[in-house]
Design a protein around this ligand. Structure first.
Ligand code: COA
Length: 355
């Protein structure tokens, strides 16, 4: 029998493989291919950052414009998919994205091109899902740029005032090494499953409230907190019942999530008096005082998206539309140096039963 190694439940603090895509530095910064994610959010476009994640280096001017054009073209949806959506009329946007990514009539045989198609269609799939559900005509947008077009599609093109803030958020959501959805994708990729199947595994995993689903649950409680006293009361009650408070805690960031602080800074600039922002700060301060638990990116992401006029059903699709570029990089990193991911279990059931 080979030697058995027991590891922590939930693989907490267990290193399972190498990656050159992203990490959290010893100083607590999230790095994408060596660059601070918050610097990229401040200075680079979504497309340039996506190029970096997928290709391992920042693009030259020529590469940047070819990559951006390719994304723009790939954002167009095949009309046959819209016919299915009209019959399906699903209200759960993530569920529909998962189904449509699976059913999509991809024409590309080259797996990298196929991935880029998948990477680019979530914005239109998200908008179309809600239009079909509401029985409204599908909406197209001539806005250029991945995040700007997405922003225009899901806000009905009413305003582009804060498109830059939205782009920053999308950059910060793009990649986070072996988070649960990426790990699920890598497990699927390690079996040499095709890219579409691997992305469906990732989309399914992202949906849970302990991972990507947290951002749409944040507003449920923040809306009812109108003062520091109410924040303390809410936290005390949740802690007393041992219940999780969405938007707080993180497997990697035990003191500070740099993405949360960056988005908080963005809100401070554009919406310092926004009541939800003030409620979040009050909960954050007290939860830190009481349990040393930091806010995670989903707390301030939800508030930013609410402030930008984005419907809650799109919060998780925004995360998915961004993280899919990280999944793209991880798929190829896994298959290019593959070993099937197949851990062992400690059996605690009965043995030697007789019939
Ligand atoms: N609210 C209240 N307590 C929390 C908490 C939260 N959001 N997150 C962690 N804790 C507490 C746990 O109860 C536990 O306390 P204990 O040691 O007294 O039992 C301790 O902090 C460790 O938490 P644990 O769940 O074991 O950490 P984890 O690394 O396994 O889980 C998360 C990380 C993200 C799943 C967890 O923090 C969580 O569920 N957060 C809420 C969901 C969320 O916002 N997800 C988005 C992540 S970006």
């Amino acid at each position: 029998m080979p030697e058995i190694v027991k590891v922590a439940k939930g693989l907490e603090n267990v290193v399972v493989d190498k990656t050159a895509i992203a990490t959290t530095s010893s100083a607590g910064d999230l790095l994408y291919r060596g660059y601070k994610a918050i610097d990229l959010a401040e200075k680079k476009s979504f497309e340039d950052t996506a190029f970096l994640i997928v290709n391992g280096k920042l693009p030259t001017d020529g590469e940047a414009s070819r990559f951006a054009s390719s994304i723009q073209e790939n954002m167009q949806i095949d009309p046959s998919v819209r016919e299915i959506m009209k019959i399906n009329r699903e209200s759960d946007v993530m569920r529909n994205i998962r189904s449509m990514i699976s059913l999509y009539p991809y024409r590309e045989k080259d797996t990298r091109k196929l991935f880029l198609k998948m990477d680019s269609i979530i914005p239109q799939l998200s908008s179309d899902t809600m239009k079909a559900f509401k029985g409204e005509p599908f909406q197209d947008s001539s806005v250029k740029g991945y995040s700007a077009k997405f922003y225009s599609l899901i806000t009905g093109g009413k305003t582009m005032d804060h498109a830059a803030s939205f782009q920053k958020l999308m950059i910060l959501y793009m990649e986070h090494e072996f988070n649960a959805s990426t790990f699920a994708l890598r497990v699927a990729a390690s079996t040499l499953a095709d890219p579409v199947s691997a992305v469906c595994a990732a989309l399914a995993t992202l949906k849970g409230p302990l991972h990507g689903g947290a951002n749409s649950e944040v507003l449920e409680y923040l809306g009812s907190i109108n003062s520091r006293e109410e924040a303390r009361k809410y936290v005390d009650e949740k802690v007393q019942k041992s219940e999780k408070i969405m938007g707080f805690g993180h497997r990697v960031y035990k003191k500070r999530d740099p993405r949360a602080q960056f988005v908080k800074g963005e809100l401070k600039k554009i919406a310092p008096d926004y009541p939800l922002f003030q409620a979040a700060e009050a909960v954050e301060d007290y939860l830190w005082e009481k349990k040393n638990l930091p806010a995670n990116v989903d707390l301030y992401a939800a508030i930013l998206m609410k402030y930008l006029g984005i419907e809650e059903s799109f919060y998780l699709p925004v995360f998915a539309a961004s993280r899919i570029y990280g999944w793209n990089a991880h798929y190829f990193e896994q298959v290019e140096n593959n070993k099937i991911i197949r851990p062992a279990a400690e059996y605690i059931g009965p043995e030697n039963l007789t019939l």
